[in-house]
Design a protein. Structure first.
Length: 239
């Protein structure tokens, strides 16, 4: 078990997700609380009336787990899922979706040129920001896609709130997540990257500050429970 291998560059991350797409759902599905925490973050958006008449953008939708959470809380909304990994999107498209859900292949950086028109009542970004070369620019882009009065939900692992949380993150990654990625997918490159990306990213206060600097004047952060306490957070932000 080596922790010294060179990390993925930001440009290589979508390709790593491509390689892991076929086994990704099985791995994250074995993570206690994974889907429940996504659902809690989707609920925190506070979308009224089952999303009737609303448009929701799911950025970094991957294989559609976050899209499914949004659909549960806003079954009448138009939902657009976007991801930079074509293979993750291919897995998402295999699932059963209503006509109100559509998927678009695009990076965050290319969103202004993607085949997406108009603005949105809510934007949701799960496990996305820490994998981007310029999360600040991405947040400005996402703010620009919101209607006046719209809401951004960020669901993200961050650097642990204290030493115990950081130790717990490292222990879970190296005893469970990385070995499972190797066994189920034949390669753990992506999961080593994800381990490292959390340790090198903001803590909750840092990400809240980043959101404010991007033009979100109202930011609320709530930690998940379970083993993810102090590591995984829901951030609800409004311009």
């Amino acid at each position: 078990m080596s922790r010294s291998r060179s990390p993925l560059t930001h440009a290589e991350v979508p390709g790593a997700f491509d390689a892991a797409a076929g086994t990704y759902d099985r791995l994250v599905g074995s993570n206690p609380g994974y889907h429940e925490h996504l659902l809690a973050s989707a609920e925190a958006l506070g979308l009224p009336d089952g999303g009737a008449g609303l448009r929701v953008l799911d950025v970094g939708c991957g294989t559609g787990a976050s899209t499914a959470a949004l659909l549960r809380v806003a079954p009448q909304a138009e939902i657009v899922g976007v991801d930079a990994s074509g293979e993750m999107l291919a897995e998402a498209r295999k699932k059963d979706w209503p006509d109100t859900v559509n998927f678009v292949h695009s990076s965050v950086e290319d969103l202004p040129d993607a085949p997406i028109s108009g603005t949105f009542d809510a934007v949701f970004a799960a496990y996305l920001l820490r994998n981007l070369a310029d999360p600040d620019a991405a947040l400005v882009t996402l703010r620009g896609l919101l209607h006046a009065g719209g809401v951004l939900g960020v669901h993200e692992y961050v650097r642990g709130a204290d030493a115990a949380a950081r130790v717990r993150w490292n222990a879970v990654c190296w005893s469970v997540i990385i070995p499972m990625g190797r066994v189920r997918g034949g390669d753990a490159t992506l999961y080593r990257h994800l381990w490292r990306s959390v340790n090198e990213f903001d803590d909750a206060a840092g990400l809240s500050g980043r959101l404010r600097r991007a033009g979100f004047g109202e930011v609320h952060a709530t930690s998940a429970g379970g083993w993810q306490k102090g590591i995984e957070y829901t951030f609800i932000a409004r311009p």
